[in-house]
Ligand binder design. Sequence first.
Ligand code: ADP
Ligand code: TRP
Length: 321
Amino acid sequence: MRTLSGIQPSGSLHIGNYFGMMNSMIKRQNDDELFCFIVNLHALTTVTDGRSLARNTLEAALDFLALGLDPEKSCFWVQGDVAEHAELTWVLHNYTPMGLLERSHSYKDKIANNLTPNHGLFAYPVLMAADILLYQADQVPVGRDQKQHLEIARDIAGAFNYVYGPTFTLPEPAIDDSLAVIPGVDGRKMSKSYNNAIDIFTPYEELKKRVMSIVTDAKGVNEPKDPDSCNLFAIYRLFVGDEVRTELKDRYLTPGLKYSEVKKELVEIIWNYFAPYREKREKLATRPDDVRDVLKAGAAKARRCAEPTINDVRRKVGLIY
Ligand code: ADP
Ligand code: TRP
C-alpha cells in the first residue's frame, strides 16, 4: 500500500499536527510504502517572508526526524525540490473545473479570515492533487479539515482518467475519527493560524503558559463536571492510555476536581511525553547540513518514483514530440 501525506512549513508544528497526521504517518512506516514531504510550495500561498519559510522548512524536517520518521524506511523530502510537482500541477489545471475550486471550504475560510485572495490560494487544491497523483498514492492520512481537498484530488484524477484512460489511482483519505479534530486552547480546531496551538517542542515555561490558558467552563470545585464537552479533557486524553483516561473521567464526575490541578498534571505529561524526542531533536539541530543531505537524497528517491507517472502524462497530453 502506498501512503502519502504532507505538511506545510508555515509555522511551528503543534500537537494537532502530531496526532492528526505526523504520528499516524510514522506508525505506518514499517508496513506501508511511505511518502512524507514538507509542502513548501503550498506554504508560499500564505507566507511572504522567505527567510522564515526556509527556516521553518528545516525545522519541520527536524521535527519529523526527531519524532521517529526513518528516511531509510520511507521517502522523505521537500516538495519544491522535485519540480515534477509543479509540472503536473499545470497539466491538471486544465482538467479542473472552476466550480470545483470555487466550492473549496478552505479557500472560503481563508477569505473570510481576511486573507487577500491570490491565485495561489485559489489553485492550492490542484497542487495538492498533483502531490498525491504523482506518486499513485492509495491512502492519505490527514485531519478532517483536508477531506474536501482529497475529494477534489479524486475528481481531478477522474476527469483526467476519463479523457486519457486509466492514469491515476484514486486516493482515499485515512482519517481517524478520534483524532480528526484536535481542539486548541480556545476550543476551536488547533491551528497555526489561530494562535491557539500547543507546539510539540515548545520550551517548558511556554508550555505551562499555554496549558494553563486552556479554556474550561465555570463550574465550581464542588460540582461534577462533564469530560465529554471539556476541552482540557479532549487534550489530556491524547497522552494517556485507557486506564488513566477512565480514571480521569471518574474524577470529572466526582465533585472536588479542580481544573487547575488537571492542567498542572497535563503540563508534566506533555513535557515528559516529548522528552526523548526533544533530546534527539537537540542533537539533530547541531547538524543541519546532515538534515539537508537527508532531504536531498529523499528528493532524488521521490523523483525516481514519480518518473513513470510524469512520463506517462507527458506522453498522453502530447508534451513529448
Ligand atoms: P494548520 O491548520 O495548523 O496550518 P496544517 O494545515 O499544516 O495545519 O495541517 C497539517 C496536517 O495536520 C493536516 O493533515 C491536517 O489535517 C492536520 N491537522 C492540523 N491541525 C489539526 C487538528 N487540530 N486536528 C487534527 N489534525 C490536524
Ligand atoms: N493541504 C495540506 C494541509 O494543509 C498539506 C498538503 C499538501 C498535503 N499536499 C498534500 C496533505 C498531499 C496530504 C497530501 O495540511
